[in-house]
Ligand binder design. Structure first.
Ligand code: NAD
Length: 424
């Protein structure tokens, strides 16, 4: 019997579900698998009491969703944000299932978070919050069951607090329980740059299949944070002329190419890690909006929703490589498609982050440490192969890369569910 299809009032969750149903129908996935994969295996909610610095007690709500563990332990970040709720975590967990599947790594998809305002909490309060959250969800975490990582407003510090708490509870050091740890404590060389390096690799592979030489290409990199800065650095090293960069301090343009090394210097010297004043020292000019600059490639690496119903029409680049998660809205996607723009989708382009996390976990399980070179070579090799698989599939089926990537990712999970069997 055909099960009723899920809808959600949460935009993020509904978008994830409808993209799944669309791809599943196009690949004629059977209804049994559609039903299974449109639901999450586990949605856990915990209450986290924290004694605040003023002596009062605040009870925060925390979440962890495991969408699918068909391919392996669920993998996904933990975010601290006032907007976090169960549906948002589920949407992001679904996307992690497809991202890990497409990346070819042995993980399912998960995501977690705490509804809180970390900007207005002290370090001590955040430590208590992280430790209690870790303790409350520890029954479902494990190196072979569910492996968190940092996400929005969380860093290696929160990861250390969580892993330390659970290790002490279990009486055993558990470094492989989560990833994104500092290099000084079971983290990995190369992880910090991995996402940007992967995004740039996808861009360079796209140039290769188009028969374009990187030194004839101009690019815009929107967002000069972790992902954008290393995307820009890797592109520049490959000969691409990055003509515009930006962050929340503004957009910066140079027809001769931005001096990326100088941009790093400015950001490192700035307490807020921003490009403020770059136009004075970087031989460039400050402009209104970098994403409308005339260039061949646009790498949106800032945040979600930047290319939308209002902005998509003004984008001049013919090729977009999505470094951020969800930088192009569904309406923006339609407008760009009508203009013939090629888009490398986020869950392919920014998968270097989770592939890098997998490398950290693999090293932890072995008690081994790789060199940075070993790490980077493996990452680039995997990213190139994954890009080429999606490109070839999209070309063969005459479909957009986003749909091709969804279909390839869903197929792998579906095949493994068939192989392992279900309790039906
Ligand atoms: P980050 O906070 O380090 O950097 C974000 C940058 O974008 C900052 O420089 C910020 O100033 C800039 N920015 C924000 N709003 C902007 C705007 N309106 N215009 C121009 N610049 C703007 O974050 P990040 O880790 O680099 O993540 C960026 C995106 O990539 C997010 O969507 C994130 O979910 C996604 N992502 C990150 C990783 C990772 O490993 N860090 C992995 C996968 C996906």
């Amino acid at each position: 019997m055909k099960q009723e299809r899920r809808k959600s009032s949460n935009v993020l969750l509904d978008t994830a579900l409808q993209e799944f149903y669309g791809a599943a129908d196009e690949m004629r996935l059977n209804e049994k698998l559609i039903s299974i994969l449109s639901h999450s295996e586990r949605r856990v909610q915990v209450s986290i009491p924290v004694e605040m610095d003023d002596g009062s007690v605040n009870v925060f709500e925390g979440y962890r969703v495991q969408h699918s563990t068909a391919l392996g332990p669920s993998k996904g970040g933990v975010r601290y944000d006032p907007e976090v709720d169960m549906d948002e975590c589920e949407a992001l967990a679904i996307l992690m299932t497809w991202k890990c599947s497409l990346a070819g790594i042995p993980y399912g998809g998960g995501k977690g978070g705490i509804a809180c305002d970390p900007m207005n909490m002290s370090k001590k309060e955040k430590e208590k919050l992280s430790r209690t959250y870790g303790a409350r969800i520890s029954p479902i975490l494990g190196k072979w069951s569910d492996i968190p990582a940092p996400d929005m407003n969380t860093s290696s510090q929160e990861m250390v607090w969580i892993v330390d708490t659970i290790s002490k509870m279990r009486g055993d050091l558990e470094p492989a329980l989560l990833t994104g740890k500092p290099v000084t404590f079971w983290g990995s060389y190369g992880r910090h740059e991995a996402t940007g390096r992967g995004v740039a690799t996808c861009g360079l592979e796209l140039m290769k299949v188009l028969g374009k030489s990187p030194d004839k290409i101009t690019a815009i990199v929107q967002g000069f944070g972790n992902v954008g800065s290393y995307t820009a650095k890797t592109l520049t090293e490959a000969g691409v002329k990055v003509v515009a960069i930006s962050d929340i301090s503004g957009s910066y343009y140079s027809a001769n190419g931005i001096d990326i090394r100088k941009a790093f210097e400015v950001v490192h010297a700035n307490p807020k890690r921003l490009l403020t004043g770059f136009e004075k020292v970087g031989n460039c000019e400050k402009i209104d909006e970098d994403m409308f600059v005339d260039a061949d490639f646009l790498f949106p690496c800032a945040r979600d929703g930047m290319i939308n119903r209002k902005t998509a029409d003004k984008v001049k680049a013919r090729y977009i490589v999505e470094g951020a998660n969800g930088p192009v809205t569904p309406e923006g996607d339609e407008i760009l498609a009508s203009k013939g723009v090629t888009i490398v989708p986020d869950f392919l382009a920014n998968s270097g982050g989770v592939i890098g996390s997998y490398f950290e976990w693999a090293q932890n399980l072995q008690g081994a440490f790789w060199t940075e070179e070993e790490y980077n070579n493996k990452l680039v090799h995997i990213m190139k192969g994954n890009f080429r698989r999606v490109w070839d599939y999209a070309e063969a089926k005459k479909i957009k890369m986003r749909r091709a990537a969804s279909m390839a990712a869903i197929q792998r999970v579906a095949d493994v569910i068939e192989l392992r069997g279900t309790f039906l």
